[in-house]
Design a protein around this ligand. Structure first.
Ligand SMILES: [Fe+2]
Length: 361
């Protein structure tokens, strides 16, 4: 049996890596896409200092979980006024990078609705124009810097869209743990648990392959050890570096498998109950692990490499997550047993849920 692993993103990693940005941009015009606090944190100033007059504009009002209602104006303003920009530099968490992925693919008309209509219909979308994306994560978790996917929310219609095109791979992931030093504790925790979820979801996944497994197992080991220490010592650059690398490995793992049941559940928990992504996709992990064990011998072997003995692994995983202050039962979030069973059944039929090795059993 043969396997395939593919990831075209050039990853540059290490403290101070941001300084390679001018060389990566070259003489091209660039747009910075970032989150509102980036000004106060001095990030916008640093990027301006690095790129000088090559920086053509800044979009700095990216909110968590980008919504099509907000993206509409950003997209159309960008494609109408900044056609000379060749490179989008996305600095932030998954929301900034996902927003940049939506911006980078231009519709023929320049209208955002044409993109949303294509995503909603499931019909193939071929962008008329494409910008280059350099992704600079400031959180250790999203993995969006090494995947082609973006989640775009439509809260008005209680929907989420998945953008996934061959054009939406970032060209470069610039991973500098120094940029993560100022990350607030809740975001450090949520993004770290998101990375743990990416790693585990790539193991109990019908698309797993030996390379994604290698990345995933290494990521799980590192996150279980480093995340609790980092929560205690958020200013420790070495720990920030370890979590940044672990999140990168988890990203490399699920860049080839996509996520599975826990993420499928998370979308409903975020839309209906407002849970932050990292909590929504990690609190169900012990329950999903319990469902995964015993499904496939080869997956059991990889889960055992990641988590140790499987007989009490769900209990130990729940204890780990709860030790970080995150509850692991649906009831803790106001979801009754009956609602939870309905939600799980529905999640198993979604595109991510069907990646789970226990789907259809
Ligand atoms: Fe995630």
């Amino acid at each position: 049996m043969s396997h395939e692993y593919f990831n075209p993103v050039r990853s540059i990693y290490g403290a101070g890596a941001l300084s390679s940005l001018p060389k990566l941009v070259g003489e091209r015009r660039a747009l910075l896409v970032t989150f509102p606090e980036a000004h106060m944190l001095g990030l916008v100033g640093r990027i301006l200092g690095l790129l000088g007059d090559r920086l053509d504009g800044v979009i700095d009002d990216i909110r968590p979980n980008p919504d099509v209602a907000e993206l509409h104006a950003q997209y159309e303003a960008f494609w109408h006024t900044q056609r000379d920009v060749e490179v989008i530099v996305a600095v932030g968490g998954g929301s900034a990078i996902d927003t940049a992925k939506a911006l980078m693919v231009g519709t023929e008309s320049g209208r955002f609705d044409d993109l949303v209509t294509a995503l909603a219909s499931g019909k193939p979308f071929v962008p008329a124009r494409v910008k280059t994306l350099i992704a600079v994560p400031t959180t250790a978790g999203t993995g969006s810097e090494v995947t082609p996917w973006a989640t775009l929310w439509d809260r008005g219609r209680q929907l989420k869209h998945s953008l996934h095109l061959k054009e939406t791979w970032p060209t470069v992931a610039l991973i500098d743990p120094e940029l993560m030093l100022s990350l607030p504790a809740p975001v450090t925790l949520q993004s770290g648990l998101d990375a743990l979820s990416h790693a585990l979801e790539s193991i109990w996944n019908v698309n797993a392959n030996p390379v994604s497994d290698t990345f995933a197992v290494a990521a799980v080991h590192e996150i279980l050890d480093a995340l609790p220490r980092l929560i205690e010592r958020p200013g420790d650059l070495a720990l920030r570096g370890r979590m940044a690398l672990a999140a990168l490995k988890a990203g490399m793992a699920f860049s080839n498998t996509r996520t599975a049941l826990a993420h499928s559940i998370s979308y409903e928990m975020t839309l209906r109950y407002g849970l932050p992504h990292g909590i929504a996709c990690s609190f169900p992990l012990p329950m999903v692990l319990e469902r995964a064990i015993g499904r496939r011998t080869d997956r059991d072997g990889v889960l055992e490499r990641a988590l140790g003995r499987l007989d009490d692994a769900p209990r130990r995983l729940a204890a780990f997550i709860e030790s970080l202050g995150v509850k692991t039962r649906f009831a803790d979030y106001g979801v009754s047993d009956e609602q939870a069973q309905q939600m799980i059944a529905h999640a198993l039929t979604g595109p991510r849920g069907r990646n789970f090795i226990g789907a259809g059993c």
